[in-house]
Design a protein around this ligand. Sequence first.
Ligand SMILES: Nc1ncnc2c1ncn2[C@@H]1O[C@H](COP(=O)(O)OP(=O)(O)O)[C@@H](O)[C@H]1O
Ligand SMILES: [Mg+2]
Length: 206
Amino acid sequence: MPTIAIVSQKGGSGKTTLAVHLATRAAAAKYESCVIDTDPQATAAAWGDWRGDFLPVVVTAPPARLGRTIESAKKNSVDFIVVDTPPHADAAAREAIKAADIVLIPTKPRAFDLHALEPIADLVSFAKKPAYVVLNAVPSGATVLTKEARATAKEMGLEVCPVELGDRAPFHRSSARGETASEIKPDSKAAKEVEALWKWLKKKLG
Ligand SMILES: Nc1ncnc2c1ncn2[C@@H]1O[C@H](COP(=O)(O)OP(=O)(O)O)[C@@H](O)[C@H]1O
Ligand SMILES: [Mg+2]
């Protein structure tokens, strides 16, 4: 019954994109999957509205109610929970990390974005939770950039997911319609990357 927290201090790093793609993939694998959106901007919830009645379920919860919301989701036989969080929010990130079995930290492979990993690195190390940086919106052919980004994250004591998500149109095009990359373009690189990430995540969750 895994709970996955998606955190990062930076807005626009791909938290909501990652949250809805993983929760949808889990639903396709027949999990009772649910996104809990703790961001007051409620972007994941808006995605859920655009999506309509299709799974996953998306609910909102203020950070202070996250524990209770997870409890009641589990009582309602939800068995795969993805917690989306706002940027610049220590309290929300802390609550999500506390509740999580695994923490994913999406970031663009750029200096300012990587710099913003530091407070999250401290939070996850304090909480002793397994946490992985997920390089997102990676420009094509940016091997030096991603190598440097991996090294920077490691210097902060963070592990880095081997799967990277490229800067790909199906990610934002699908989200704007309440869908996912593999739903609008099953053969796309974006869809394949999500698949690889899902396989990696399943292995990590055991
Ligand atoms: N890998 C990607 N490729 C292309 N666009 C992306 C990618 N990841 C995110 N985006 C787009 O970037 C914007 C910010 O992403 P979002 O997931 O909302 O970030 P956050 O939740 O961290 O603020 C959105 O418009 C989203 O569709
Ligand atoms: Mg968001």
